[in-house]
Design a protein around this ligand. Structure first.
Ligand SMILES: C=CC1=C(C)c2cc3[nH]c(cc4nc(cc5[nH]c(cc1n2)c(C)c5CCC(=O)O)C(CCC(=O)O)=C4C)c(C)c3C=C
Ligand code: FE2
Ligand code: FE2
Length: 363
């Protein structure tokens, strides 16, 4: 086989033991695209303060969602790879940004199993571009590919937040949950610090400079996480005919004290009952596979917050996971790739386009 496909996700700890969670969090948070502080400060912060305090709590949280087969994120990513493998000629495997299997391990395996391998298509399991998600995954894979001097070429799929097949699968996965009685559907995305949005603004003068910046056309949008989350939401709302007043938009998982994108999901879930929302449905389109952030933070803690604040009914919509339309979407991209079509393929990362000073700033 001359081609192969890698589905690349974030990764999870090896187990729910505190030592494994510590190792995972150290690798994750020492990534300069996640905690974008100078190395010494980051090291002190991460190894000295954040990880020692956070790891025991995170380990408990992971225990709430862990399955007999392991972390939901890894199990569901593997199930997706298996389903896609059944639909396309190319072998499909998974790789993780943190933990295992690393891109390097996967590249080695693919090259040894397929000595005539010429092209590998990397599909990041992130529909939206963020320095701390899509960009770090792709840049890390590119780095490992370069270092290993592999014989095959590495291509990667561009962010697909506004792609037809992705949106179709997402809408159809949400539609059945809107058939019943609901007061509001809340679209909750993983948050990022506002600073990350400023850093990714290639125009230097657009992002978060006005209340409606994400609706005003700009070159910044190809790297603006907020714009891309907004665009996915608006398109799902339009396609599903969700009435004004029956949908909301928020960001979850804030870490630390810096301002992150707002409104915060936890706050909205506590406020909604007072605003007359008794029945809420939550969708998390930034995640392809259900994981700690959807299963524990939203379906667990978020539900409790909402009910405690007086809400009556909380429904969580599963991520795309192995939805047949999502598998079909991926299969189409792989077939297009095999036929030499390039419209879904790579583009320069913001990191490559930003002025030198900003690059020094993040590394
Ligand atoms: C500065 C901290 C973080 C940023 C920025 C961030 C961005 C970001 N993360 C995801 C997707 C996932 N994050 C997950 C877990 C997780 N995220 C952070 C911190 C930041 N993420 C931490 C510390 C953790 C670990 C768990 C915890 O201690 O809370 C996960 C789940 C992993 C799993 O094993 O299930 C996902 C997925 C995106 C998409 C993103 C930027 C857009
Ligand atoms: Fe995260
Ligand atoms: Fe914007």
């Amino acid at each position: 086989m001359k081609r192969a496909v890698i589905l690349m996700n974030l990764g999870s700890p090896d187990s729910t033991e505190v030592k494994d969670v510590k190792r995972y969090l150290n690798e994750f948070l020492m990534d300069a695209r996640v905690i974008d502080k100078p190395w010494l400060l980051r090291n002190l912060l991460v190894r000295g303060i954040i990880v020692p305090f956070r790891a025991p709590k995170s380990a408990e949280a992971y225990k709430q969602v862990w399955t007999d087969a392991g972390s939901p994120l890894i199990v569901l990513s593997q199930q997706l790879a298996t389903a896609l493998d059944g639909e396309v000629e190319e072998p499909v495997v998974i790789a993780m940004r943190y933990g295992t299997p690393s891109p390097r391990q996967v590249f080695d395996l693919l090259q040894s199993q397929h000595p005539d391998l010429e092209q590998v298509l990397l599909v990041p399991m992130y529909p939206h571009y963020a320095m701390s998600s899509y960009e770090t995954a792709v840049e890390y894979a590119k780095e490992q590919h370069k270092e290993g001097r592999y014989r095959f070429r590495l291509d990667y799929i561009r962010p697909y937040y506004n792609n037809e097949e992705y949106l179709h699968a997402l809408c159809e996965s949400i539609r059945p949950y809107l058939d019943g009685d609901y007061d509001q559907i809340l679209f909750s995305y993983h948050g990022v610090p506002e600073r990350h949005i400023y850093k990714g603004d290639i125009t230097g003068q657009h992002c978060l400079k006005s209340g409606n910046c994400c609706d005003v056309p700009s070159a910044a949008h190809q790297y603006c996480y907020r714009h891309q989350c907004w665009a996915t939401t608006k398109e799902v709302v339009r396609r599903l005919g969700i009435p004004e007043g029956k949908w909301g938009f928020s960001f979850q998982s804030r870490l630390g004290r810096d301002p992150w994108l707002q409104p915060y999901t936890a706050q909205r879930l506590s406020e909604l009952p007072k605003e007359g929302v008794q029945k809420v449905v939550v969708a998390c389109p930034a995640f392809i596979s259900d994981c700690l952030e959807t299963l524990e933070e939203i379906a667990g803690e978020g539900k409790e917050l909402f009910l405690h604040a007086g809400g009556e009914n909380f429904t969580m919509i599963p991520c795309l996971n192995v939805h047949p339309l999502w598998v079909q979407a991926l299969a189409k991209w792989v077939r297009d790739y095999a036929q030499g079509k390039t419209d879904m393929l790579q583009f320069d990362s913001a990191h490559e386009l930003l002025p030198k000073k900003s690059i020094m700033d993040i590394i």
